[in-house]
Design a protein around this ligand. Sequence first.
Ligand code: GTP
Ligand code: MG
Length: 216
Amino acid sequence: MSSRGSGGRSNGALPQTKICQFKLVLLGDMAVGKSSLVLRFVKGQFDEFQETTIGAAFLAQSVCLDDTTVKFEIWDTAGQERYHSLAPMYYRGAQAAIVVFDITKPETFERAKAWVKELQRQASPNIVIALAGNKADLAEKRLVEYEEAQAYAEDTSLLFMETSAKTAMNVNEIFLAIAKKMPKTDTQNPTHAARHRGVNLQDPDAQSTRACCGGN
Ligand SMILES: Nc1nc2c(ncn2[C@@H]2O[C@H](COP(=O)(O)OP(=O)(O)OP(=O)(O)O)[C@@H](O)[C@H]2O)c(=O)[nH]1
Ligand SMILES: [Mg+2]
């Protein structure tokens, strides 16, 4: 995973690097591996004894797509039921969400579906939602079939990948797939777009006049 860019406009010879910033929220039942996915994506690490999240945690990480650096501001929420009422604070205004379940626990898949419904009802209408079937390394304990989750994701227009924070399988890939799906320039309502979809931080005019994000 790399980040790049900063330093203003190009000197003419090289294409300009855009930096776009998006708010991404992770939701899902407790212990499905939300924090572990973030830890893997941001720091390349895994902790067998990852502590349960209290409230929420914030981290940031960037991915590069051609001439665009997509910076994710990541809100990793707490899955324990008692924190449920806090979730809208974190998904409000989010442009992307990863809803996580554990492939060894069918009840977490049901919980993931409930999160997707809540996001579709209450989050931003254009939010990009990805479904992550985590702990794919525990294949021998699998109780949610890949095909079942994939069919649900297709019906609901979600990105879907099975992931493993432990082995790193599909962790960078799911963030990259989301980055690729982030909306491109909203020419209809640029000020709104800059506030809600992403801002080209390197273009002094862009913060009020132009949203980005492209690169594929
Ligand atoms: N085998 C395996 N274990 C995992 C994986 N991801 C997370 N775990 C383990 O599952 C447990 C819970 O992981 P967390 O990342 O804390 O889960 P969480 O969803 O953030 O949980 P809350 O913060 O309580 O909502 C920890 O013991 C992790 O080490 C994975 O991909 N494979
Ligand atoms: Mg956590």
